[in-house]
Design a protein around this ligand. Structure first.
Ligand code: CP3
Length: 372
C-alpha cells in the first residue's frame, strides 16, 4: 500500500511453527496469538466490525431491524461475513448483540433509531429480580446457535469464529437503567442500597451468560469474548466486591468445558485495576486506549496475551496520522507473541471503510517487513 513506511525494527520472536494442514498458515494466527504462541504476522480484527459504517450492512438494515437480523441465522451469518470479505481480518465475530439473552429472561427490549437500546421493564427491586427467568439457550437462543453452525461451515479452514456475551456488570447496568447511561446512578443505587437484590441479579446473569457462551462453544465458536464494556464505572473496591466474582464464575465455567476455547476479557476504563480484571479471568485481556500497551503488560505480567488498543476515533484521522498511531502500538508490542491488534472499543458509524482496510494492511505489512 502506498504511503506505508516500514516500522522500527524490534526484537524478533521465535518463529518456529508447524506446517499447517490447511495450506493457509495464516488462518489460525488469531487463535495462536490468543494462546501466546508465535505467529507469522500480528492478527487483527475489530470490535463492531459489522455495522453501519459499511454500505453492505446498511443495505440489509434497510429491510430488517437489528433484532430481525439476529433472529434469522442466514442474515446474521451474512452480516458476520461482510467485514471478513471486505477487510481481510484474521477473525470473524458472530453478529448478535449482548442484550439478546435478556429477552428470554423476561426483559422487554427494543432498539430505537438514534437512542440505542431501550428496556421497557427495568429491574430495580428484589421482586423484579426474582421474576427474571432462567434461560435454556439451546431453545430460546437457537437462531444464534444456528448462525454459529452456519458460519463454521462457511469459514472452515479460512477464518476462526469468535462468539461473545456481555459481562454481568454491563448487562446489569442496562437492565437497571433501562438503557444507556452516563453516571450509572440507578445501577449503583441498587448495588449499594439493595445488596441482596444486586447479588441475586448478578448470580442470575452470570448463570445465563455462562450457559449461553458454553452453548456457543458447543455450536462451534472457536474463541469467546466477554464484553464487560462498562466495568470501568466502578472503583477498584466496588469492582472487586460487586462484579469480579460473577465474571470469574463465567470464566471458570468455560474453563471446565470438555474442549475449552480461548477466552477474551474486554472492558474499558479499567486501566487502574487491570490485575483485578486478570484475576476475574480470560486468557486474553482486551485493553482500551486509556492505557499504554507496555504499562498494561507491566501490570498484567508480560506473558499475558493482550488485545487492543487503538482509539476508534483515530480511524477518522488523515491516513498518515492514522498510520503513525497504528505503528506506535505495533512498536510497543515489539512483535512479541500474544498481541492481537484491535481497537480500544467498537468502530464508530462515521468511520470511512477505506481507513479500516488501511489498518489491516498496515498491521499485516508491518509484521511482514519486520520479519523479512
Ligand atoms: O462486533 C461485531 O461486529 C458484532 C456485533 C455486535 C453488536 N453489538 C451489534 C450491534 C457486538 C459485539 C455488540 C456488543 C454490544 N452491544 C455491546 C458491547 C460492546 C460495546 O460496544 O461496548 C453493547 C454495550 C451493546 C448494546 C448496544 N447495542 C448498544 C449500546 C447499541 C446502540 C449503539 C449504536 O451504535 O447505535 C446497540 C445496537 C447495535 N448492536 C448495533 C450493532 C451493529 C448498531 C445498530 C444498528 O444497526 O442500528
Amino acid at each position: 500500500m502506498a504511503g506505508i513506511k516500514s516500522g522500527k525494527p524490534a526484537q524478533k520472536p521465535a518463529l518456529v511453527r508447524e506446517p499447517d494442514k490447511t495450506g493457509r498458515p495464516e488462518w489460525d494466527r488469531f487463535l495462536r496469538a490468543c494462546r501466546g504462541q508465535p505467529v507469522d504476522r500480528t492478527p487483527v480484527w475489530f470490535m463492531r466490525q459489522a455495522g453501519r459504517y459499511m454500505a453492505e450492512y446498511r443495505a440489509i438494515r434497510q429491510d430488517h431491524t437489528l433484532l430481525e437480523i439476529c433472529r434469522q441465522p442466514e442474515l446474521a451469518a451474512e452480516v458476520t461475513l461482510q467485514p471478513v470479505r471486505r477487510l481481510g481480518v484474521d477473525a470473524a465475530i458472530l453478529f448478535a448483540d449482548i442484550l439478546l439473552p435478556l429477552v428470554p429472561m423476561g426483559i422487554e427490549l427494543s432498539f430505537s433509531a438514534g437512542e440505542g437500546p431501550v428496556i421497557h421493564n427495568p429491574v430495580r427491586s428484589m421482586e423484579d429480580v426474582r421474576r427474571l427467568k432462567p434461560v435454556e439457550p439451546r431453545e430460546s437462543l437457537a437462531p444464534v446457535l444456528e448462525a454459529v453452525r452456519l458460519l463454521r461451515r462457511e469459514l472452515e479452514g479460512k477464518t476462526p469464529l469468535i462468539g461473545f456475551a456481555g459481562g454481568p456488570f454491563t448487562l446489569a447496568s442496562y437492565i437497571i437503567e433501562g438503557g444507556s447511561t452516563r453516571a450509572y446512578v440507578r445501577t449503583k443505587q441498587v448495588m449499594v442500597g439493595q445488596p441482596d437484590a444486586w447479588h441475586l441479579l448478578m448470580e442470575k446473569l452470570s448463570g445465563v451468560v455462562a450457559g449461553y457462551l458454553s452453548a456457543q462453544v458447543e455450536a462451534g465458536a472457536q474463541a469467546v469474548q466477554l464484553f464487560d464494556s462498562w466495568a470501568g464505572a466502578l472503583s477498584p473496591e466496588d469492582y472487586q466486591e460487586y462484579a469480579l466474582p460473577y465474571s470469574q464464575h463465567v470464566f471458570q465455567a468455560l474453563s471446565k468445558a470438555s474442549t475449552p476455547v480461548p477466552t477474551i476479557h474486554f472492558s474499558t476504563g479499567t486501566g487502574a485495576y487491570l490485575p483485578l480484571i486478570r484475576q476475574a479471568g480470560g486468557d486474553v485481556i482486551g485493553l482500551d486506549w486509556r492505557v499504554a500497551l507496555d504499562q498494561a503488560w507491566a501490570a498484567l505480567g508480560h506473558h499475558t496475551p493482550v488485545q487492543g488498543n487503538l482509539d476508534p476515533v483515530a480511524l477518522l484521522a488523515p491516513l498518515p496520522e492514522l498510520e503513525r498511531r497504528v505503528q506506535r502500538i505495533l512498536e510497543q508490542a515489539g512483535g512479541r507473541p500474544g498481541h492481537i491488534f484491535n481497537l480500544g472499543h467498537g468502530i464508530l458509524p462515521e468511520t470511512p471503510v477505506e481507513n479500516v482496510q488501511a489498518v489491516v494492511e498496515i498491521v499485516h505489512g508491518w509484521a511482514a517487513e519486520e520479519h523479512a
